[in-house]
Design a protein around this ligand. Sequence first.
Ligand code: BGC
Length: 513
Amino acid sequence: MPAVGIVIGDGNREYPGKLTLYVTMTCIVAAMGGLIFGYDIGISGGVTTMDSFQKEFFPSVYEKQKNDQESSKYCKFDSIPLTLFTSSLYLAALCSCVVASYVTREFGRKLSMLLGGVLFCAGALLNGFATAVWMLIVGRLLLGFGIGFTNQSVPLYLSEMAPYKYRGALNIGFQLSITIGILVASVLNFFFSKIPGGWGWRLSLGGAVVPALIITVGSLILPDTPNSMIERGRFKQAETKLRKIRGVDDVEDEMNDLIAASEASKLVEHPWRNLLQRKYRPHLTMAILIPSFQQLTGINVIMFYAPVLFQTIGFENDAALMSAVVTGLVNVGATVVSIYGVDKWGRRFLFLEGGLQMLISQVAVAAAIGAKFGVDGNPGVLPKWYAIVVVLFICIYVAAFAWSWGPLGWLVPSEIFPLEIRSAAQSVTVSMNMIFTFIIAQVFLMMLCHMKFGLFIFFAFFVAVMSVFIYVFLPETRGVPIEEMNQVWRSHWYWSRFVDGDENGRVEMGKVH
Ligand code: BGC
């Protein structure tokens, strides 16, 4: 794995280059990879609450929901096949990550994106035309394989293409396209659920073909990154491309550093074993904990199951889907706030403010649901104002996530790994994210059934733990060039004991000899 477009060398170098129209357009097309991920996150929750869909594939859930007025509302949707439908995708994505990382390295980012798009198309078609549960599950596995490929290659592609000064904003651009995908999916669910005859879910699921085709066609017209060309020995071609991307002729410094970085990374024979060295302890800790904590905020409970949750607290089908649209809008808006603020206010401020806001809103939601539903889950008739208050607190929670753990959960790991462990550490981050997404998706409905309103306290507990962790252990990384990043560990009260520096106090991280 090569250097991901980072500044290597003495740390004082600034590569010339502009934010050209060419690179902007290229990055917009590539970011569509986030769209397919988001579309998928947003579509499943709405589809699983559509009556016609439930009747056809999960009749027991449908019966339980319609006829059973007696049992607890908390347990209405607790069905293993229904959960498997949502979560199978993440398991598949986890598995394909490993293959995707090989394809991306050996054959370039473009081919990985293309494969991702094609697999996603196939999955969307199988789902749209499904007549049996196995078709749904196989379709979702294909979607998952597709996402494994695009999530591996797209962020890498963006980082390599972007001029280094804009890498932070472009990185969050990927998250922005995830949130747009989620929003579009909820809006479509809202309209498709109204189609007479009840076949709208086919359009919702089959609609994933559109973002899939965009990334498929996009990957065919996108140029490969100079880094990837260098990695495969095409130096002349890489230089020409770099000039075009940067919009300047003087690309010698950057070219030399990219070649040196690529050669250095080829020297590392055992990136995984490397990662276990003592001096990488802070990096490994962050690679494992940040994505795990991101999922333990409980965000995907809202993203996957918002309509189910809103039905549980007494909304009609329509209002439940509409509320999912509202949370989707808040998600997109707050991500924009993060793009604006991340380099102004810093990562720690956003993490801590977001954590506190999430904690308060989760406790409020737990209290509101607990007050009305109690432990038996039979609230009687719920007033409208009540449901509105709950939705409001959920929006406050989503906004907090969307300007903190959402984008930073991807950004911070990607900016702290030194070159020689970047590839391995990044795979750890992506895998941890998928594992925890899978676990939460798989057990949420069961947890709602058993823990009831306490479920929100469960996630609030983790939010408190992760906020303390950030406060104590995460140094600020804003405005620190990647190759200088080890300084932040060196001057940290705890991590300084693991990392070592030279006699000038400078640490040779990501430096190529
Ligand atoms: C997370 C997803 C989540 C999404 C919500 C992403 O950063 O990785 O799991 O669904 O944000 O916007």
